[in-house]
Design a protein around this ligand. Structure first.
Ligand SMILES: *Cc1c(COP(=O)(O)O)cnc(C)c1O
Length: 365
């Protein structure tokens, strides 16, 4: 007999991209999970090495106050507007548990677009809260009536990933503001990829017309090269952050990650430089793939979504061929994505290695 709740018995768990043993990744080119190809700032390693055994003997600061001050200073907000979490993913889980009741509860579920980050729906299924899915339009455009449709369905929490995963599309802050104003619940702008984009939604949290229902998610996994650290944060109205804080695990971020995250945020020069290198390579990779017949929309993230050239090998066959040659990219066997490949932007050398392997299969025009 099963001990778990029925919805957990039915649950399809989130499927992460393949992660080879890190001690062996030297032999695999990993362009499948949107990690930064550059290591974190050297100051991060210094901060970790600078910790004393005493720091490990004691519980970490439960309120991560040094990190929250650093993030507030960086973004022109107050520490009360910041919550630190164990990766952006923990923030997503916290949002679903705080704002969405299980079925039959008073507050109904989440709204999201399709395609989008599949973790949103997995977290909703764990909470057993309803999911409203709005299909993206032609070219994966965000429908104008997104917020209206979620209101009509009674959603309490809306997700908008911007830049969009897995296409890299970018919505202007004016458009995001309009949707957040229209939506009657909490509107989450998932900015995991904002480090590579031409703008962000921070303005929605500042000044007299700040929106009290907006939560911005940030992650140190992509732009800061710290996916292994597990550190992310949320930005919102101070009242909303206080509500989230009530439901947070007391010691959700450990001392190693807190000191490392502060050091990463404080080295903005290094951060800007590595992000600029990734952006330059993203644009070069886009052009190189287009030359080879792939259809690649402009991306504002650290990956591109490339549709396989018509008449050539199918996307899945290309994925398998690269994997056999120790290059990992991401293939999603899902409606509207089954003819496409999501490729994380690497260093110039890594991208050249990818292109050379592709040339063996799909010659340049
Ligand atoms: C990477 C990512 C996150 C956060 O990831 P963490 O590693 O948990 O910080 C959130 N949303 C999207 C869409 C992402 O790609």
């Amino acid at each position: 007999m099963a001990f778990e709740r029925d919805n957990i018995a039915r649950l399809h768990a989130y499927l992460p991209g393949e992660q080879p043993d890190y001690t062996q990744t030297g032999s695999v080119l990993k362009l499948n999970t949107n990690e930064n190809p550059y290591p974190p700032s050297p100051n991060v390693m210094d901060a970790i090495r600078g910790l004393t055994p005493e720091a490990l003997r004691l519980y970490p600061p439960a309120d991560a106050v040094r990190f929250r001050r650093a993030a507030a200073d960086l973004h022109g907000l107050t520490p009360g507007q910041v919550i630190a979490t164990n990766g952006g993913d923990e923030l997503l889980r916290l949002l679903v548990t705080v704002f969405c009741a299980p079925r039959n509860g008073a507050a109904a579920g989440i709204g999201m677009t399709a395609p989008s980050y599949t973790l949103y729906s997995v977290l909703a299924d764990i909470q057993d809260t309803p999911i409203t899915i709005v299909e993206r339009g032609e070219g994966f455009a965000l429908p104008d009536d997104y917020a209206d449709r979620l209101n009509a369905a009674g959603c309490r929490l809306a997700f908008l990933v911007n830049p969009h995963a897995p296409t890299g599309r970018f919505e202007t802050v004016a458009r995001v503001r309009e949707m957040a104003r229209t939506f009657r619940g909490v509107f989450v702008v998932d900015e995991a990829y904002a480090d590579f984009a031409p703008g962000d939604a921070l303005g929605l949290l500042r000044g007299d017309d700040a929106l009290p229902n907006v939560v911005i998610l940030r992650s140190l996994s992509k732009g800061y090269g710290l996916a292994g650290l597990r550190f992310g944060y949320g930005l919102a109205d101070a009242g909303l952050i206080a509500t989230l804080d009530k439901a947070r695990d007391s010691y959700n971020t450990d001392i190693l990650s807190q000191v490392a995250a502060v050091a990463a945020l404080e080295d903005q020069a290094y951060f800007q430089e590595t992000c600029a290198k990734v952006i330059a390579e993203r644009d070069r990779l886009t052009q190189a793939l287009r030359k080879r017949g792939f259809d690649v929309p402009e991306s504002y993230a650290n990956f591109v979504l490339a549709a396989a050239p018509p008449g050539g090998p199918a996307a899945e066959a290309i994925y398998q061929h690269l994997k056999a040659n120790r290059i990992l990219i991401r293939y999603f066997n899902q409606p509207r994505l089954e003819d496409k490949l999501r490729i994380t932007v690497g260093t110039p050398q890594q991208n050249d290695a990818l292109l050379a392997q592709l040339d063996a299969l799909v010659p340049a025009a």
